[in-house]
Design a protein around this ligand. Sequence first.
Ligand code: SAM
Length: 227
Amino acid sequence: MRTGHQGTGPGTITPDGCAVELYSRLPVGAEPDIIAAAVPAGARILELGCGVGRMTHPLLERGFAVTAVDESPGMLERVRGARTILSPIEDLDLGETFDVVLLASFLVHTGDVEVRRGLLRTCLRHLADGGCVLIQREGEDYHSDLPRQRVDPTGFTVRTLSSDPVGDGVNSVRVEYEFPDATWTQTFRARPMTPEAFEEALAEQGLRVHGYLTEDRTWVRAMPVSP
Ligand SMILES: C[S@@+](CC[C@H](N)C(=O)[O-])C[C@H]1O[C@@H](n2cnc3c(N)ncnc32)[C@H](O)[C@@H]1O
């Protein structure tokens, strides 16, 4: 388990505190539509941190060729129809490039700056000429609108209970998912970043924001800085 990350509830828990069974139950939101609207039809997508394939499966259904990467064997074995790669994202070097690299689920907010650099380097290393990186970042109120809860129409409640500073600009976030028959919690470290700090983090690795895909600016298209 990564320092500061923890998960409780039934089934396998990944090193970052996610529960495999929970992610198998969570419905997908607007993510596949946002991605599909931003990239060419049939694009080759490298999905980093795919989990059980919550986004992978709808992307495959929309005709994209997805290579799905995760460090958790328990997550990956639930992915169907995609090429899967078991690896920490930071260490990935497939020796090939993709039209789109997808870094979703707020992974760019990792508390560890070196890991963040590694994640972004992996994105760049796997990008084809003219390709783009799609990044999902936290919304403006992510760490301040607390506690908050959302009752999902499919029958579970997600509560973001707290986000407390633990030093060096990093917060410890605690989230609870309550289903009628089971409850999962996840505690994880996240580094809040203003849009400016986010853009700096990208620039440091040779990427620049090429536009925001959603009004709330949580979905970003990034491209390599021109030489
Ligand atoms: C919050 S889950 C989201 C999964 C999926 N993107 C989704 O939206 O359903 C994060 C996933 O990323 C994986 N992950 C987190 N950090 C990783 C890293 N550094 N290398 C590889 N996988 C990582 C975890 O194992 C987990 O499956």
